[in-house]
Write a new protein. Structure first.
Length: 299
């Protein structure tokens, strides 16, 4: 009953997690052949592989990051000893990682650095004020396949049948025990159901209501002002949305100012299709600045 499109860079950024700020950046956490591994090294490693470790407990993530940096240092030292930095493609590899480091620096300074907790708190206060004025209803329902069955259910209720027993016997909604749907606000139920239930007063039983699921008989059992969560409970979610929005707006701005050419026609077509689906901004596909509406007109 109850009812995101982002770029690859956005996905990478919003899965990033930082090493807890328990120590200064230059604090040494390990040494490999006399070379210090610092908290700053762990932060850089978290930016690279943090998303892959996000499902692990915090203490395990930290241990795995230290291990990752140690292994990185061991392999880097071995590569130098083998003179792999003199390989034909090493300069190109180095340039790629330099560009990636610049990307990370831009993200830290211009994107994440532009998001403040104060902005998140302002958004929370605005939304909390609106939420506190909204009504939530608690309702139960009996869902049956036909209007005739719904009319028969209502008749039985009017004759004194127990709603919960009738719901358990006849309702096609197995997720609602005794027919109970709990508390919900506007926008959480399918439209015909919402339109009907918010016209009822506490204790009222509806006439048959049709939705794509079938026919409903609804009873409102309680109402309240919408419950507002504490800021600390939603801060992370608000900051995440702000961060995602900032990444997207920054990329749109950068793409608008850039000349991007995708020369591989198959990739260009795939990016155009992705733009129609909202998975990449239209300006990211290169060549002429083809918007989703332009591509749609070609199909």
């Amino acid at each position: 009953m109850k009812r995101p499109s982002i770029s690859l860079l956005t996905a990478a950024f919003i899965t990033f997690f930082a090493v807890p700020a328990l120590a200064a950046d230059d604090d040494v956490v390990a040494r490999v052949n006399g070379k210090d591994i610092t908290e700053q090294d762990l932060n850089f490693a978290a930016a690279e592989v943090g998303g892959q470790l996000s499902s692990f407990p915090e203490n395990e993530r930290r241990r795995m990051l230290v291990q990752f940096v140690i292994e990185n240092e061991l392999m880097a030292t071995a590569a130098e000893a083998a003179k792999l930095d003199e390989a034909d493609n090493f300069d190109e590899r180095l340039d790629y990682h330099r560009r990636r480091a610049l990307r990370d620096a831009y993200y830290d300074e211009k994107i994440e650095g532009a998001i403040s907790e104060k902005v998140a708190e302002t958004i929370y206060e605005e939304q909390a004020k609106k939420m506190g004025q909204e009504k939530e209803l608690r309702a139960r329902h009996i869902l049956v396949p036909t209007k005739e069955e719904a009319e028969e259910v209502k008749k039985q209720l009017e004759e004194g049948a127990d709603f919960a027993e009738l719901a358990n016997e006849k309702s096609r909604d197995p997720s609602a025990e005794n027919g109970d749907l709990g508390f919900f606000g506007k926008g959480q139920m399918v439209k015909p159901f919402e339109d009907a239930v918010f016209k009822l007063e506490k204790g009222d039983i509806s006439d048959p209501v049709e939705t794509q699921f079938g026919w409903h008989i609804i009873e409102v059992t309680d109402e309240r002002s919408r419950q507002v969560p504490e800021f600390d409970d939603v801060k992370e979610a608000i900051m995440g949305k702000l961060l995602q929005s900032k990444v997207q707006s920054s990329l749109r701005e950068l793409q608008t100012e850039a000349k991007i050419e995708v020369l591989d026609e198959d990739i260009k077509k795939a990016m155009q299709d992705a733009a129609i689906r909202g998975e990449v901004p239209p300006g990211a596909m290169g060549g002429e600045d083809v918007g989703a509406e332009d591509v749609e007109a070609e199909h």
